[in-house]
Design a protein around this ligand. Structure first.
Ligand code: WQD
Length: 333
């Protein structure tokens, strides 16, 4: 299939391009490079030996969206492009609502206009709010604590309504848990601009000595050791979940958790990183981070049953590959 990947130069997008190309699909990347680098496109080719078509464009520009659907015979769309910093979304809500919701509307509309059935959407476990774990797809969604989360919940509702009104449009909504790690080659990975917000990029920077100490947010949650529990998933497992979704013959709207089904605490992750990579990760406990919940992990039975997809890589591989990428990336920067 010819797959349009928006945000294909970004962290999850680039790994998904690799998985798509390795499964025999062709890829057209649409990215405005606002939080990514054109070199990533060359790196996708370096890993796979396959060419990638690249369009520098903004998916909130309706003429540009129309043009790309006219220019290529697109069989499916995977929509990653969007803003993703939770804290920033509180400060710049309009940018988040506009960018994340308008892009989804324009792309879904183009799919309907051009007869493209498959649309895979990057959603987030954040839409579950502070529900009881494990999170199951048919739970009532609770309000999230920030505009970023609301853009995901709104986009999901829009896609569901569109699929009801257009039976030939079949969106798959993928709710990501906590993607970490990098391609096993260490050639592509997560390279956030500035100080990272998320745990794993912070851990790798501390291990590398670029940041002095990791702050562990909260030690008094009612979890196994008092620190937050998350469902960390290797980014290549996540990427392969997208391939399974785009290839799926499912009709109508389908919603899937993309996680491992296993909760890991912040301290467990630090310990595994240290033991796997034989490197120190100095840390200190500080207050809880506002908006954080104690535990977040997936029930993954639905995606296993419907798509036959299962996360294959364990926490050790996530830590090993994140560290390999950090070391490669540090040579270049
Ligand atoms: C994980 C755990 C922190 C940093 C967020 C978004 C979600 C998704 C993924 C987007 C928590 C703790 C973290 C640090 C720490 N979105 N932590 N010290 O908050 O589960 O999910 O990213 O792209 O929508 O909400 O991920 O990696 O920030 O935190 O102790 O310096 O690590 O408190 O328990 P989170 P995270």
């Amino acid at each position: 299939m010819n797959i349009l990947v928006t945000g294909g130069a970004g962290y999850i997008g680039s790994h998904t391009c690799v998985a798509l190309l390795e499964s025999g699909h062709s890829v057209i990347v649409a990215d405005n490079l606002s939080n990514s680098n054109i070199k990533t496109i060359e790196k996708i080719t370096e890993i796979t030996g396959e060419n990638v078509k690249f369009c520098k464009m903004d998916v909130t520009d309706s003429d540009a969206v129309d043009d790309i659907f006219k220019s290529y015979p697109i069989d499916g769309v995977i929509h990653f492009a969007g803003f993703k910093a939770v804290g920033e979304s509180v400060v710049k809500p309009m940018e988040y609502y506009f960018n994340n919701v308008v892009s989804t509307m324009l792309l879904a509309n183009a799919c309907i206009d051009y007869g493209v059935k498959k649309f895979v959407f990057s959603s987030s476990a954040t839409v579950y709010g502070d529900n009881n774990v494990p999170f199951v797809e048919d739970m009532d969604l609770l309000p999230t604590t920030n505009p970023y989360g609301e853009t995901k919940a709104m986009s999901e509702r829009i896609l569901r309504d569109l699929a009801k009104a257009n039976t030939s449009f079949s969106p798959s909504i993928l709710r990501y848990f906590n993607p970490v790690g990098a391609h096993e080659s260490g050639v592509i990975g997560e390279s956030p601009n500035g100080i990272p917000n998320n745990l794993m990029p912070y851990v790798t920077k501390v291990a590398k000595g670029k940041i002095r100490k990791l702050k562990v947010f909260g030690s008094d949650y009612s979890t196994v050791d008092g620190t937050g529990v998350r469902d960390f998933i290797h980014v290549m497992d996540l990427a392969e979940g997208h391939v399974a979704a785009i290839e799926s013959p499912c009709e109508g709207v389908s919603i899937y958790n993309l996680g491992t089904g296993k909760g890991t605490s912040v301290l467990e992750l630090i310990r595994t990183f240290k033991d796997t990579n034989k490197v120190e990760v100095p840390f200190e406990f500080v207050d809880r981070r506002p908006g954080d919940i104690a535990s977040c992990y997936a029930d993954v039975s639905k995606i296993r049953k419907d798509l036959g997809w299962n996360a294959k890589r364990d926490l050790t591989e996530m830590c090993k590959d994140a560290w390999l990428f950090e070391n490669n990336y540090s040579i270049e920067h």
